[in-house]
Design a protein around this ligand. Structure first.
Ligand SMILES: Cc1cc2nc3c(=O)[nH]c(=O)nc-3n(C[C@H](O)[C@H](O)[C@H](O)COP(=O)(O)OP(=O)(O)OC[C@H]3O[C@@H](n4cnc5c(N)ncnc54)[C@H](O)[C@@H]3O)c2cc1C
Ligand SMILES: *[C@@H]1O[C@H](CO)[C@@H](O)[C@H](O)[C@H]1NC(C)=O
Ligand SMILES: *[C@@H]1O[C@H](CO)[C@@H](O)[C@H](O)[C@H]1NC(C)=O
Ligand SMILES: *[C@@H]1O[C@H](CO)[C@@H](O)[C@H](O)[C@H]1NC(C)=O
Ligand SMILES: *[C@@H]1O[C@H](CO)[C@@H](O)[C@H](O)[C@H]1NC(C)=O
Ligand SMILES: *[C@@H]1O[C@H](CO)[C@@H](O)[C@H](O)[C@H]1NC(C)=O
Ligand SMILES: *[C@@H]1O[C@H](CO)[C@@H](O)[C@H](O)[C@H]1NC(C)=O
Ligand SMILES: *[C@@H]1O[C@H](CO)[C@@H](O)[C@H](O)[C@H]1NC(C)=O
Ligand SMILES: *[C@@H]1O[C@H](CO)[C@@H](O)[C@H](O)[C@H]1NC(C)=O
Ligand SMILES: CC(=O)N[C@H]1CO[C@H](CO)[C@@H](O)[C@@H]1O
Length: 535
């Protein structure tokens, strides 16, 4: 706590320093632009994709992929320029010139980073925006696909579903999330108990490294391939595309959502969920979300609503029989079960009405665009009924924080913790997430709501993983520690690195030191390099 509040205070100090020196930036900018031109491939002139604050489209290009309005404030530091790369040579020029002028490069694909670190920084920076790299080539014959980083998950799902109703891919549940950050940071979704994480289903990648070389899995080597499948690619290079292995899904899947309040025995059912959800047949995934609601439409008294949202890879008959055996306490009824295709289930899970056309997956308009703060935790032992009741009491006091448990077990528990940088495998009941969103702009509202997640996170301390208190990289959380000047030591990086990666942190640092010894690819929570004496 001491370290993180210090980090936050210092962050704002640095932020103030940098907002008052625009004159200097302009001349850097001119030379930087000239450098880009000098290194531009004449067949693909870079000037057509460079936006400075002078271009009338600069603000709309910047805002197009801001997916957390907490970082859409006038006080949010702005990039000196944005390069909306259309060709690999644009990426190579950006790297060469950023190295030459010491300008920090932020890489943005879908812009869903919870802390917005793909599009703002406390030091002078520019954005390499990858949204134009969005081609997807699906081969049902090979059961693989090449997917560029600027594609969204919804586009990936749609392109698969267009060719086959018995193939799918295990990635996140929100269709507008970008491939670049999601795939490089782990990626989980409602098929993880059957097929593992997104990164467990990636077979190749293309990356541009600090020397501007375009590498594939074979030429980058297994260490780097391992690092960019869960360790966050932004410490290592610019990923262009990933090759994924499709998975088999039934032509008909079943979904349900059952809600119960405290008055409807929620405490007992939630208690039971913790014991069974991670042990059920791996075709069943039941997400548990708890929020605070009014007791009734005529009462202002508060209660907790526990919502059980499920995807089952099979028909409703088999689901009902498995639930009767494994989790009868939920009381699932035939009328709760809805059969549909896998692609339709993606839309159902993200809140679209039943019957929404499948091409809704192609929409890049986020369903929820607001101010957000999320945090994560891991649960290793069931919380006692007393512990649950204490949690409900605290949630009702805070009112706005939504608590979600995503069950692990199944395939997740079979994959070794070192197979990928993501270490949270066997021994976890579920991942916990804390989420709050709000409508009001401004620092005051942000401080108020962000504090709510920190308070609940504090109350949950006795129940969750310890030493380290584990966290999920794709749920980026700057409260866990921050890299002020872009040059963390091994120990400073370990403050957040061990929470995200546990023992895998070491291999990430060693790989980083090998492929980017001068630490060009850096951000607020990047992997540090080792001094040469420690190699
Ligand atoms: C509404 C919402 C729902 C979510 N649901 C899920 C979910 O179901 N499952 C889950 O696992 N996660 C989920 N997430 C988290 C999400 O996976 C991460 O935020 C992810 O990093 C977003 O990827 P992006 O490309 O959209 O983000 P960006 O903000 O573009 O990038 C995130 C990070 O990756 C880096 N990066 C991006 N592209 C590249 C690249 N091409 N090369 C190198 N580095 C790159 C960025 O620099 C940044 O550090 C959700 C997030 C949101 C906001
Ligand atoms: C760009 O190239 C021109 C002509 O070769 C050279 O004079 C200039 O210094 C270069 N500028 C930068 C910023 O690289
Ligand atoms: C922006 O325009 C102003 C005046 O129109 C000019 O002085 C400045 O150099 C331009 N900056 C860039 C980065 O093009
Ligand atoms: C982001 O901020 C700009 C400038 O204040 C505003 O015009 C825009 O509407 C905001 N974006 C969203 C989605 O609210
Ligand atoms: C998909 O195929 C097209 C045409 O061959 C090619 O231009 C594109 O780069 C491919 N995309 C990926 C991600 O491999
Ligand atoms: C509540 O749950 C407990 C434990 O599962 C069960 O024994 C009890 O019968 C349930 N009560 C009601 C009213 O359903
Ligand atoms: C719940 O009650 C509050 C008053 O405490 C009221 O403002 C709010 O609109 C109610 N919410 C719903 C969903 O009815
Ligand atoms: C169940 O709870 C969820 C919140 O988790 C809510 O969105 C949904 O509308 C609820 N469903 C019903 C039928 O009340
Ligand atoms: C949240 O705000 C309250 C009231 O200002 C304060 O006492 C508390 O320390 C804050 N908690 C955290 C975790 O920041
Ligand atoms: C994309 C685009 O139109 N960029 C222009 C922005 O403005 C500079 C000059 O200031 C032009 O060179 C770019 O072509």
């Amino acid at each position: 706590m001491v370290t993180s509040s210090f980090a936050i205070v210092s962050l704002f100090a640095v932020l103030l320093l940098h907002t008052v020196s625009p004159a200097n930036c302009d001349s850097v900018n001119q030379r930087f632009l000239q450098c880009l031109d000098n290194h531009s491939n004449p067949s693909y002139p870079i000037s057509t994709v460079v936006y400075t604050p002078n271009n009338s489209s600069y603000s709309s290009v910047l805002q197009a992929y801001i997916r957390n309005l907490r970082f859409n404030e006038s006080t949010t530091p702005k990039p000196q320029l944005i390069i909306t790369a259309l060709h690999e040579s644009h990426i190579q020029s950006a790297i060469v010139c950023a190295k030459q002028y010491g300008l920090e490069m932020k890489i943005r694909s879908g812009g869903h980073d919870f802390e917005g670190i793909s599009y703002w920084s406390v030091v002078p920076f520019f954005i390499l925006d990858m949204f134009n790299f969005r081609s997807i080539n699906v081969s049902i014959a090979d059961e693989t696909a090449w997917v560029q980083v600027g594609a969204t998950l919804g586009e990936v799902y749609y392109r698969i579903a267009e060719k086959s109703n018995t193939h799918g891919f295990p990635a996140g549940v929100c269709p507008t999330v970008g491939v670049g950050g999601h795939f490089s940071g782990g990626g989980y979704g409602n098929m993880m108990r059957k097929y593992g994480l997104t990164v467990d289903n990636i077979v190749d990648a293309q990356i541009i490294d600090v020397h501007g070389r375009l590498l594939n899995r074979e030429s980058m080597g297994e260490d780097l391939f391992w690092a960019i499948t869960g360790g966050g690619a932004s410490s290592y290079g610019v990923v262009i595309a990933y090759k994924i292995k499709l998975v088999v899904v039934p032509a008909i899947v079943t979904v349900f959502q059952v809600n119960v309040t405290l008055q409807q025995n929620a405490t007992n059912i939630v208690y039971r969920w913790q014991q069974v959800a991670y042990k059920l047949d791996e075709d069943i995934f039941i997400r548990l979300t708890m929020d605070v609601v009014n007791l009734s439409s005529t009462s202002t008294e508060k209660t907790i609503r526990a919502s059980f949202l499920s995807l089952f890879l099979g028909d409703s008959k088999r689901l009902l029989s498995l639930m009767n055996q494994g989790f009868p306490e939920l009381g699932l009824k035939p009328t709760d079960c809805i059969e549909m295709t896998w692609a339709q289930s993606v839309l159902y899970w993200t809140g679209f009405p039943i019957g929404a056309p499948v091409n809704t997956l192609l929409s890049r308009i986020p369903q929820l665009l607001t101010h957000i703060k999320w945090k994560s935790d891991y649960l290793k032992k069931p919380i006692s009924k007393d512990g649950l009741e204490y949690t409900w009491k605290k949630m009702i006091q805070l009112e706005r924080v939504v608590l979600t448990f995503n069950p692990y077990g199944g395939k997740m528990a079979e994959i070794p913790a070192s197979a990928k940088p993501f270490p949270h495998r066997a021994g976890n009941i579920c991942k916990i997430q804390y989420a709050v969103d709000w409508k009001e702009d401004g620092v005051e509202a942000a401080n108020h709501y962000v504090n709510l997640t920190r308070m609940l996170y504090g109350y949950m301390t006795p129940y969750v993983s310890k030493s380290p208190r584990e966290a999920f990289l794709n749920y980026r959380d700057l409260d866990l520690g921050i890299n002020h000047n872009g040059h963390n030591s091994y120990a400073e990086g370990a403050v957040y690195g061990i929470k995200y990666f546990k023992a895998n942190y070491n291999r990430l640092v060693q790989t980083k030191t090998k492929v980017d010894p001068d630490n060009f690819f850096r951000n607020e929570q990047s992997i540090p390099t080792l001094p040469s004496s420690e190699m």
